[in-house]
Design a protein around this ligand. Structure first.
Ligand code: AMP
Ligand code: ZN
Length: 115
């Protein structure tokens, strides 16, 4: 855990953030600045800065995050209407928090190409 990392602190239960899902490897919670009616973040408990820093050892964990994101979307009732999973990296990708996180966005029609 990186004690200066906000998402590490959320995963450790040290923030006032409601976890809508948790297991031994990851947690999910609502984005504080939602960009869609449903906007959930799924993060690993392990402090991985982002996808570009993930190692082959993380292969199973990364797959787990995707499956948890799909489960969260199902529980949120947006499976049938559809949703988008987003993983940002770096300045051009729009990454703001340097702890890997998967956005689950739904409840409205997404545009393409993304902004
Ligand atoms: P990104 O731009 O991909 O790094 O996304 C970071 C996301 O984290 C943004 O959508 C923020 O609104 C969200 N965020 C930042 N701090 C918090 C927090 N304390 N609780 C929930 N979401 C947060
Ligand atoms: Zn972290």
């Amino acid at each position: 855990m990186d004690e200066n990392c906000i998402f590490c602190n959320i995963a450790a239960g040290e923030m006032d953030t409601d976890l809508i899902y948790e297991d031994d490897r990851c947690v999910a919670f609502h984005d504080i600045n939602p960009q869609a009616p449903t906007h959930v973040l799924v993060i690993p408990r392990e402090h991985i800065v982002g996808i570009a820093e993930a190692k082959s050892d993380h292969r199973d964990l990364l797959g787990h995050l995707m499956l948890v994101a799909a489960d969260v979307a199902r529980q949120k009732g947006i499976e049938d209407s559809g949703y988008r999973l987003v993983l940002n990296w770096g300045d051009d990708g729009g990454m703001a928090v340097p702890h890997l996180h998967l956005h689950v966005l739904g409840g409205r029609t997404m545009t393409w190409p993304p902004g």
